[in-house]
Ligand binder design. Structure first.
Ligand code: PPS
Length: 288
């Protein structure tokens, strides 16, 4: 498989060379957004796939056809990935685009448009756990080592894959006044009905009650876990080793409790507080 061992470095962050090249990243950073574009922005493992599925179905008004027949990476491709240009549904209104790139790379071009941006965050402790398990199955990511080793690197955020969680969140949310940005958390999304309706209203696509019900049913964890268009079972084992875990792993809030020792938890809180102290963001509750 292509470039499985390659690390691509861009804007000071490391990205898997299997999905990113210098060319794809340059293309992403100078991409011209349209006013009608809808852009999902997340740090990895924050509920990206869930949001892709919900937005697909809001735009199809609850018609399950696209969600059941087209893989998520074709419906809402990642701007920075090598296959983006081939996948982008140029004629769609809106074009649904996904990205994990940090704010300093994309905000300058996004500000030139009126594109709608959805920033989704998740409790970083659960992000770390989910990302750790994903590193074990994704062969284009390095072996994570022990959870302790992984957590140290996650908290340092330096040179680690996709950069620092703290910088990602602080950077993007500092753009709230500059961009048409809707902020939502993975934890909010667990109140699925309310979140789907808020999103649909913000997107200007209000839903009928039966449309909203169909979306909620299809976007439950159990339903998405069985949908090959989003559960990544279409990806061959040479790229994702399905014997080492499932992409749709647990889908719960607070899984960190099963992974963190009290010492790790205290260290996490200390660094979280140092990193977020200047921030007025409503994040502190995430640490409960
Ligand atoms: S990625 O690789 O960055 O695109 O991953 P991402 O989609 O952001 O995050 C994967 C985690 O989201 C969980 N997930 C869900 N949780 C609840 N309900 C639904 N419907 C759902 N869909 C995806 C998925 O299980 C991963 O979290 P963990 O904690 O590993 O289970």
């Amino acid at each position: 498989m292509d470039r499985m061992e390659v690390t691509e470095t861009f804007a000071g962050i490391s990205l898997p060379g299997h999905l990113h090249t210098e060319e794809s990243l340059r293309f992403a950073s100078s991409f011209q957004f349209r006013d009608t574009d809808v852009v999902i922005v997340t740090y990895p493992k924050s509920g990206t796939t869930w949001m892709q599925e919900i937005l697909t179905l809001i735009h199809s008004k609850g018609d399950l056809e696209p969600a059941k027949t087209i893989p998520n990476w074709a419906r809402a491709p990642w701007l920075e990935h090598t296959y983006f240009k081939d996948m982008l549904q140029e004629t769609s209104r809106p074009r649904l685009i996904t990205t994990h790139l940090p704010c300093q790379v994309l905000a300058p071009t996004l500000r030139k448009s009126k594109a709608k941006v959805i920033y989704m965050a998740r409790n970083p402790k659960d992000v770390a756990v989910s990302f750790y398990h994903f590193h074990k199955m994704a062969k284009f990511l390095p072996d994570p080592g022990s959870f302790e080793d992984f957590l140290v690197r996650f908290l340092e955020g330096t040179g680690e894959w996709y950069g620092s969680w703290f910088d990602h969140v602080k950077g993007w949310l500092s753009q709230r006044a500059e961009l048409d940005l809707f902020y939502i958390t993975y934890e909010d999304l667990h109140q699925l009905g309310r979140s789907v309706e808020r999103l649909a209203d913000w997107l200007g696509c209000p839903l009928q009650p039966e449309e909203s019900r169909a979306i909620q049913q299809h976007c439950s964890f159990s339903s998405m876990r069985e949908n090959a268009m989003v559960n990544y079972t279409l990806i061959p084992c040479e790229i994702m080793d399905h014997s080492r875990g499932r992409f749709m792993r647990k889908g719960i809030v607070g899984d960190w409790r099963d992974h963190f020792t009290p010492v790790q938890n205290m260290r996490f809180h200390k660094i979280y507080q140092e990193e977020m102290q200047d921030s007025s963001l409503r994040f502190r509750w995430l640490m409960d």
